[in-house]
Design a protein around this ligand. Structure first.
Ligand SMILES: Nc1ncnc2c1ncn2[C@@H]1O[C@H](COP(=O)(O)OP(=O)(O)OP(=O)(O)O)[C@@H](O)[C@H]1O
Ligand SMILES: [Mg+2]
Length: 273
């Protein structure tokens, strides 16, 4: 059985009736990483947020979203809050909107963890500190004392990733988790996701513009364009023999960029492409 099943997910703007996602269907099994790629505005973030019922007011959705066989539309908002985090954990594209601006980061993280786990304060601190170090956040204690506006977008994103690691969710939904990071940190973050997947069998939805990272972490790929899934398949097939012209365009742009980079480096560096 699939861990997550999405069937005919349609998302539209209530006021204008404009359809933003036109009936997407996809499945994820335990331990699977599904990458979602596609140009800006193609509906990747809307799709992710609809899975955790976090789209803004004025955005409506229909269609089946089932986790381990349970239709999530049966859950009340209160029950959904308990599902968010421990069952389906979303790492937002915009870190700032995910945090309470009036609270230090540490207090926000502990409040979230205490909804799901019975850990003591010191247990939580120890787990968070270890997870933050693992994603390259230096001085975790000082990060926890700070307010969201005092951290950069990349740091907030890494804080969210640390929280996801500690929460050990069934499904991690990561919306461009490596975009704001340098290549070395992105590599460390991907390793952490792989660790969670191998340890717990968590499934991962990984939205990214970085096809190098996608190639490394994803088992399967969905390609979105204008609110539709235009192609899907195993990662190696998508990279080797995409059938949709748009996917071929994405892959060839990435290859051209890699070649250009290799030329610039005088062929001295072996770039993972
Ligand atoms: N709250 C909203 N109200 C109305 N339209 C919206 C809203 N949020 C997103 N949209 C529209 O829906 C479409 C898809 O947006 P979405 O944020 O999902 O794109 P995306 O694929 O995540 O792009 P990016 O790669 O830039 O993050 C866009 O045309 C956007 O303008
Ligand atoms: Mg987005």
């Amino acid at each position: 059985m699939s861990m997550l099943e999405v069937d005919q997910l349609k998302i539209w703007e209530e006021r204008s009736g404009r359809v933003l996602v036109h009936g997407s269907s996809f499945r994820l099994s335990r331990g699977e990483c599904l990458a979602v790629v596609g140009e800006s505005g193609s509906g990747k973030s809307l799709t992710c947020r609809s899975l955790v019922r976090l789209n803004r007011k004025g955005i409506r959705q229909t269609g089946l979203i089932a986790l381990n066989g349970l239709d999530l539309s049966m859950l009340s908002d209160k029950e959904m809050r308990r599902y968010r985090g421990r069952r389906l954990c979303m790492i937002m594209q915009n870190g700032m909107s995910a945090f309470d601006p009036s609270r230090p980061i540490g207090s926000h993280l502990q409040a979230t963890l205490s909804v799901h786990y019975d850990w003591s304060r010191s247990e939580m601190e120890a787990k968070l500190t270890a997870a933050m170090s693992a994603v390259g956040l230096r001085e975790p204690a000082s990060v926890m004392r700070r307010y969201p506006h005092e951290l950069s977008g990349g740091m907030l994103q890494r804080v969210m990733i640390s929280l996801a690691i500690v929460l050990e969710p069934d499904v991690i939904i990561a919306d461009e988790p490596t975009t704001a990071l340098d290549a070395v940190t992105a590599y460390e973050v991907v390793e952490q996701f792989e660790g969670v997947r191998n340890r717990l069998g968590s499934a991962i939805i990984f939205v990214s513009h970085d096809l190098g990272v996608v190639r490394r972490i994803a088992d399967n790929v969905l390609v979105m364009k204008d609110g539709e899934i235009v192609e899907r398949g195993a990662t190696r097939d998508i990279f080797a023999c995409a059938s949709h012209p748009y996917t071929r365009y994405l892959v060839s742009s990435k290859e051209a960029l890699t070649r250009h980079y290799k030329q610039l480096m005088g062929g001295a560096n072996d770039v993972e492409g």
